[in-house]
Write a protein of this length. Structure first.
Length: 188
């Protein structure tokens, strides 16, 4: 790994640590959560996962939440399967993130969030083992979350610029700008 990349990763880790420490304090002005947890599906931009199961739970009565995703990207999706890179690659991934939510007062149930997390994935390649292997990355995250008032449904959109820490091989990049949208059935 290049020295500049190591410095960048260290800076990102320090900034995330300081940010989460500052946001971990309970705010008395925070409105109570409109749901405690939700389970559903997340559709991603496709590098680590195209489709994943999504579970989100708020931590006690605080604005902090934990989101867990278990997903996959099928063999027929992605740039590995076009032209020169054809290799029948399948990804299986797991990610976990901490999100700190802020109310958007004019719209009940609408919140924006920031946080960070970790993703781990395994790449399986049937015809070209050059792509196969384990990978891991960290990401800051941000987005919006909306809980419908009359039905037990929550939708959210997020941005996860992921910095690779461990790569299956040199063909994979160190940076992936991933986006996603989720829909979850909520529990009070």
């Amino acid at each position: 790994m290049k020295p500049t990349m190591k410095k960048l990763i260290c800076i990102v880790i320090v900034v995330l640590g300081i940010s989460s420490a500052g946001f971990s304090q309970k705010k008395s002005t925070y409105q109570s959560n409109t749901y405690t947890s939700g389970i559903g599906v997340r559709f991603g931009s496709g590098y680590f996962d195209l489709v994943s199961a999504s579970y989100k739970t708020f931590l006690a009565e605080s604005p902090g939440a934990l989101e867990l995703n278990l997903g996959f990207r099928p063999e027929s999706y992605g740039y590995y399967n076009s032209g020169y890179y054809s290799s029948n690659v399948f990804n299986l991934s797991f990610s976990a993130s901490y999100q700190y939510h802020f109310d958007i007062p004019p719209v009940p149930g609408l919140k924006w969030f920031i946080g960070g997390g970790l993703t781990a994935y395994e790449t399986f390649a049937n015809s070209n083992t050059h792509y196969a292997g384990f990978g891991m990355g960290i990401f800051p995250t941000g987005g919006a979350d909306y809980k419908f008032g009359s039905i037990p449904l929550d939708v959210s959109a997020d941005f996860r610029p992921t910095f690779g820490l461990v790569r299956p091989n040199d063909l994979h990049s160190y940076f992936y700008a991933t986006v996603g949208a989720s829909a979850r059935y909520t529990f009070r």
